[in-house]
Design a protein around this ligand. Structure first.
Ligand code: PLP
Length: 418
């Protein structure tokens, strides 16, 4: 029997569509040149913060995103905290964040003592809904943190216009969007501060790490001081000429020279990586556009270079919408596609989110996050977009096969009552 997109699903005992499983490209990337440079840093005994590689990386990364200043840090959570802190967001203030994001976006607000206000995301981009953002504003709202999530971008044009009208600071959470450009200008340079993560899973990865970028010299100075015990940028340990402003609580959130070496190497290849991801994402969208019940996340409305932490896929129409997404995931995995995962639902339903109700609130209706994202959305990790065009065709065939067999899967679901 030939394997077609109409034959019996592997999860129901049929033959898997892929004779050879489709796997994502290995991540993070490694190369001999970087290994040699890491060895040189090791032998130099200059391992800590503020070394020549870090200074160059700060500059290169900021420029790459059209910002003047870059301040490297330990991770992409403290970068958000420092940004809020530098903007004097704190107790009594409210910070608006999307309900669909990683916990760090919300927790950063709590770390500085502010109230977290969750708003819903748009159904096609899964990024903050500007209208719902505006509706959530109160006289306590001091900052908003739009997140450029997975394979899309928050509508910066709309969000900035609303923020300006209401005098609200904008911090872009770009943990998923290294190298992204909105309307020709780098992400992270649109708001007051841009925050990035270099955690192992991200598209620029140094194990752990993060950076704040900004075009504001005063904010850059404050962020640098908060990160490094109060020292200004460039000051040698023990040789600060000026101290931080009175009362500014400063930390140690430094990163190391090793991370900068790895990141500088990867940054050189980022444009070609994103080009490959983007062309595969477009190809997959083209191949799947007529499959009933399946939608791919839309790129940012004005994305001129789309970044990718992943690509969301929604099974929220027709018969597929009646099937538990875990069953759909299992059916796809069984056909030989290993590189598809579930996604988290709303932050406030995350198993690790334990803040008392007095620390946060949900503004308005969050049904896209509560239903579309939580119940019907899966995601390809960005590494899955690094596969060959032939593999993209196989992925599309598997999606078609699952959609063609939706009726059978509904039966399977009722028989197996998960
Ligand atoms: C990864 C991530 C962060 C935090 O980065 P870490 O470096 O892991 O602390 C923040 N926001 C989003 C959306 C993320 O995915």
């Amino acid at each position: 029997m030939t394997k077609t997109t109409d034959s019996k699903l592997a999860i129901l005992g049929g033959e898997a569509l892929c004779s050879k499983p489709v796997n994502a490209i290995p991540w993070p990337p490694v190369d001999d040149e970087t290994a040699e440079q890491l060895k040189q840093v090791y032998l130099s005994r200059n391992w800590s913060f503020g070394g020549p590689e870090e200074m160059k990386f700060n500059q290169e990364f900021a420029k790459f995103h059209d910002a003047e200043y870059g301040i490297s840090m330990a991770n992409g959570t403290v970068t958000l905290e420092c940004a809020l802190h530098a903007l004097c967001v704190g107790r009594g203030d409210e910070v608006i964040v999307p309900a669909y994001t990683w916990m760090a976006t919300a927790m950063a607000a709590r770390y500085v003592g502010a109230q977290i206000v969750f708003v819903d995301v748009e159904p096609d981009t899964l990024c903050m809904n500007p209208k719902k953002f505006e509706a959530a504003i109160t006289d306590k709202t001091k900052a908003v943190i739009p997140v450029h999530i997975l394979g899309s971008m928050a509508d910066m044009e709309a969000i900035l216009a609303i923020a300006k009208k209401h005098n609200i600071y904008v911090i872009e959470d770009c943990a998923h969007m290294q190298g992204g450009k909105w309307n020709g200008k780098g992400v992270g340079s649109w708001g007051h501060v841009g925050s990035f993560s270099f955690q192992q899973s991200k598209t620029l990865a140094s194990g752990e790490g993060g950076i704040c970028i900004t075009n504001d010299a005063d904010l850059a100075d404050k962020i640098a001081r908060i990160k490094h015990i109060g020292y200004p940028v460039g000051a040698k340990q023990g040789a600060a000429m000026t101290g931080p402003q009175a009362g500014l609580i400063c930390h140690n959130y430094r990163s190391t020279e090793f991370q900068a070496v790895i990141l500088r190497g990867q940054l050189k290849h980022l444009p070609e990586l994103l080009e490959k991801y983007s062309s595969n994402a477009k190809y997959l969208a083209e191949l799947t556009k007529d499959i009933p019940g399946i939608r791919l996340q839309k790129p940012g409305r004005l994305a001129t270079r789309q970044g990718y932490y992943g690509l969301a896929i929604m099974f929220d129409e027709g018969e597929l919408a009646k099937i538990d997404k875990e069953i759909i995931l299992k059916a796809i995995n069984k056909e030989g596609i290993a590189c598809l995962y579930g996604v988290y639902g709303p932050v406030y339903k995350h198993i690790l989110f334990n803040l008392p109700q007095s620390d946060w609130r949900i503004a308005g209706d969050c049904s896209v996050t509560d239903i579309t994202v939580d119940k019907h959305t899966l995601s390809f990790p960005h590494q899955a977009l690094g596969v060959s065009r032939n593999d993209i065709e196989i992925i599309a065939d598997v999606l078609r096969k699952v959609a063609n067999n939706a009726g059978e899967l509904i039966k399977y679901q009722s028989e197996n009552q998960l």
